[in-house]
Design a protein around this ligand. Structure first.
Ligand code: HEM
Length: 247
């Protein structure tokens, strides 16, 4: 793609993705308010879930905080408080790398569980399957930027995403898209961000809508308690009245 075409691409495509996200979420809320859910599968399997789910969710939270810091705070601000680029870069690589790896292992286990536990797989919609592919790809491509960032090529001045990706990211929100800045970023960032933009456009049509409504208390609440209806389970319930026959 010529530089001009690339520039147009980075000026326009983020708005297409955002428009689909906003219109899609509005549509989903209006027409599927009661389907706005994680479609929890805890009832079918909880052992693997209790390890994989926190690993993924805590990992992705750290990744998101890292993205906000890396993309929103200009390089000049961190420099002004005495954090030089070298220190910033390596701290971001190490912290981001650990969080990204936890996210990857978490999502890997969640997808394995979803594929191998029959009822969980049956309860997975086509859109969710597509979303898992995009989510996994975004995480792997993100980690690829981290790995490349640790090589000599990734430390070259032109590979500093705070001069290219970050200014472009900020320019989107002030409605003055700077596609030229993003076009100048190395290929690994282009691939990562294109996958992320596809993922954002898919969000409204998948179980990931729960990320827009999950209360913060979710992180600290105990798991929902499911009680067995078997004879053994019922006997352990103090004060439970004898149950009627099922239908
Ligand atoms: C427009 C949206 C996005 C932009 C501009 C963006 C940009 C970046 C940049 C610049 C890095 C390199 C960070 C570093 O080396 O210090 C990175 C890494 C990463 N990204 Fe993204 N990203 C976006 C969306 C996403 C999404 C949606 C996900 C996951 C679902 C994701 C997951 C990751 C991961 C796992 C890493 C590596 C570990 C880390 O630095 O946290 N990114 N991203």
């Amino acid at each position: 793609m010529s530089v001009f075409k690339q520039e147009i691409f980075w000026d326009v495509v983020p708005y297409v993705s955002l428009a689909i996200l906003i219109v899609g979420l509005t549509w989903r809320y209006r027409y599927d308010k009661f389907g706005w859910t994680t479609r929890s599968s805890e009832l079918y399997e909880s052992k693997l879930l209790s390890v994989a789910s926190p690993m993924f969710h805590y990992g992705i939270l750290v990744v998101i905080v890292g993205h906000v810091i890396g993309l929103v705070i200009p390089q000049s601000w961190t420099a002004a408080i005495g954090i030089d680029e070298h220190l910033y870069h390596w701290s971001a690589l190490i912290l981001g790398g650990i969080a990204g790896l936890a996210t990857l292992v978490g999502i890997g286990l969640l997808i394995y569980r979803r594929r191998t536990i029959g009822p969980v797989f049956i309860a997975t919609t086509k859109n969710d399957k597509l979303m898992y592919v995009a989510l996994l790809a975004a995480i792997i491509a993100g980690l690829a930027t981290t790995v490349i960032g640790m090589t000599p090529a990734g430390q070259a001045p032109e590979a500093n995403y705070r001069d290219t990706v970050a200014p472009w990211f900020r320019s989107i929100w002030i409605l003055q898209p700077d596609g030229v800045a993003m076009a100048a970023a190395p290929l690994q960032f282009h691939i990562h961000v294109i996958i992320a933009l596809v993922l954002f456009a898919l969000l409204p049509f998948t179980r990931l809508v729960h990320m827009f409504s999950a209360p913060i208390g979710y992180l600290f609440r105990p798991y929902v308690v499911y009680r067995s209806r078997s004879e053994a389970g019922r006997d352990q319930l103090l004060g439970s009245s004898p149950s009627r026959r099922g239908w």
